[in-house]
Design a protein around this ligand. Sequence first.
Ligand code: FES
Length: 155
Amino acid sequence: MPEPDAAVMNRVRTLIDETGSERTQLLEVLHKVQAEFQHIPRAAAEAIEQAMNVPVADTYGVVTFYDLLTERPVGRSVLRICEDVPCCLHGSEELAREAEQRLGPEGQPSADGAVSWTRCACLGLCDRAPAALYEEKPLAPLHHQDIASIGDRRA
Ligand code: FES
């Protein structure tokens, strides 16, 4: 069930108070909001505008630039599978298809909100292709068994 806007705004104001309201702290605030709400809700962008003097459009400019920030809710744990050429050559597309079978459609959280998966650009782990991140930690090389384990933990 989505949080009411007032509750989101109050919580984001608290996160800003804890982090700092200078514009240079925007990214840190956004990471905290993402961790708590699994996305950046509109109400959060409005709270940021009020408390940090950063326009909503600027906040969403940052959100759309960084792969780790999302406008739509994702799972509490996210599997990111690299789809750039070196990882593709080592089987990442096959692993992505397996993720779709075991974890559901790309970008959509499981029914319990526990997990989602997505393709992403190079993770800087090319020497360990096919590479992935899970809960923001490297999972490289990614194996079929890793995906099966993530699916089992969700069930
Ligand atoms: S191409 Fe996949 S980690 Fe660099």
